[in-house]
Structure formats: C-alpha cells, structure tokens
Design a protein around this ligand. Structure first.
Ligand code: PGA
Length: 248
C-alpha cells in the first residue's frame, strides 16, 4: 500500500511570515495520514523545519556538486543540513528557465541520494507534444534520462506534470492521467523490477485544486499531488491534504 503524498511547491513565493500558513495547516491536520511535504524557497527551509511540525520540508532544486565554485547554487547537503528531507528536481520551470536537461536532473538526483534526500523527479509533456500524440514517448525518454540507477521507493518520487496544465487551471482528463501514470509505472518496473516499481509513489501535478483533488487522487496509480498555486493558502491546501488522507 503506497502512502499518499500532498506536496506543496511554493515556487518563488513566501516570506518568513508564511510560517503562519504551515501552522494553520498543521492545526487543520495535526496527524495526517498522508505524507505532507512543503517546498518553500531555500532560505525559508530552516525556518519552516525549525517549527518541528509533522510535515516534511523540501527544496525546489539543488546543484549536483556537494561544494565548490558555483556562485548562487545550493547543494543537496546544505538543504539536508538546514532541515530538508526532500527536493523537487527537473521541474518544467527549471527545465525551461535554466535549460536543465535530463542528464543534469539525473546528476542532481544522485546528489540528493548522496545527501540522504528523497528526490521528487518531475516529467511532463508540452502541449504540442500532447497534440502530436508523443506524450508517452516524451515521458519515457525523460524517465530514462532523469531517474538514476539506484532509485528506490524510499529515495525517489516521480511527479507527472503536464507543462500545459501548470498554473493554467486546465488538467488532463482522468483517463489521460490514468494512462500516463500506468505507463510511468510500467517504465519503472522495466528498470527497477515490479516490486520496487509497485512501491514507488507517482504524483500528479498541474492545477490541482480543492475541487478536483479527490477525483485525481482516486485515479489508479496516482499517489498524491504536487501542488503549486493551491499550496500557498491554508484554506486551499488544507482540503487537498484532506483529499490525500481520504483516498489513502
Ligand atoms: P500549479 O503548479 O498547481 O500551480 O499548476 C504545479 C507545479 O508546478 O508543481
């Protein structure tokens, strides 16, 4: 039985005052059945982790190197040292804004493993790729390139995030989500064996809201959500955590 995950990706949002959001969420869900992970901007990690809540805290990116001459970057080791247990890698905004390739994402995932972090590795097709029927090929290529050897159900979570669904209010049909998630599990089984693949969590991300979370989380092979906009307010993310709890 895979434990559901409700992960919030705060992106470039939040300040120290956002600790109040986390506190409000914990008040709503002091003992969540689902695993709740909040991924704030890196400087807020020690502040949120320092609150000592039952929620996990994650980064949104890391450098592949542990240290060195890489101005402006943050290592997986520093994320772990400041209280993170997870890190989002290969988000489509990083792939687009920073030219991150599958190879780079794979190297970052290895860095996450080295530092003892769980990598949340993102894949997803663009709208033209979906329109031309290449979605499953695109996802297979991204998985093959971005997920390292050594991935286990403990150190790796896959997030399927159609690029065209992120921040747009649009989502694929539940059938389309089911098709992609089943394909992802098949690809993982080919590489890591059926037992490991069966235990790995696969999240859906892209315009998850309180109104659609329960339906999406009930789709076979959907093990929770990676949530952007709707993770910024307790009144939105609270019901999404509840949906993950209910469909566990
Ligand atoms: P969204 O973002 O929920 O705002 O669409 C999801 C994500 O980018 O992880």
């Amino acid at each position: 039985m895979r434990r559901k995950i409700a992960a919030g990706n705060w992106k470039l949002n939040g300040t120290r005052a956002s600790a109040a959001v986390l506190e409000a969420l914990v008040e709503q869900h002091p003992n969540p059945g689902a695993e709740v992970i909040i991924c704030p901007p890196a400087p807020l990690i020690p502040i949120l982790a320092g609150l000592g809540t039952p929620f996990a805290i994650g980064g949104q990116d890391c450098h592949a190197a542990a240290s060195g001459a890489h101005t402006g970057d943050t290592s997986a080791e520093v994320l772990a040292d400041t209280g993170a247990t997870h890190v989002i890698l290969g988000h489509s905004e990083r792939r687009a804004d920073h030219g991150e390739t599958d190879d780079m994402v794979c190297a970052k995932a290895k860095a996450a493993y080295r530092a003892g972090l769980t990598a949340i590795i993102c894949v997803g097709e663009t709208e033209p790729q979906r329109d031309t029927g290449t979605t499953l090929d695109v996802i297979a290529t991204q998985l093959a390139g971005s997920v390292p050897e050594g991935a286990t159900p403990e150190n790796t979570v896959v997030a399927y995030e159609p690029v065209w669904a992120i921040g747009t209010g649009r989502t694929p049909s539940l059938e389309d989500i089911a098709e992609v998630h089943a394909a992802i599990r098949d690809r993982l089984a080919e590489r890591f064996g059926p037992k490991a693949a069966d235990a790995m969590r696969i999240l859906y991300g892209g315009s998850v809201k309180p109104g659609n979370a329960a339906d999406i989380f009930a789709v076979p092979n959907v093990d929770g959500g990676l949530v952007g906009g709707a993770s910024l307010k307790a009144e939105d993310f609270g019901p999404i955590i509840a949906a993950a709890d209910a469909t566990r």
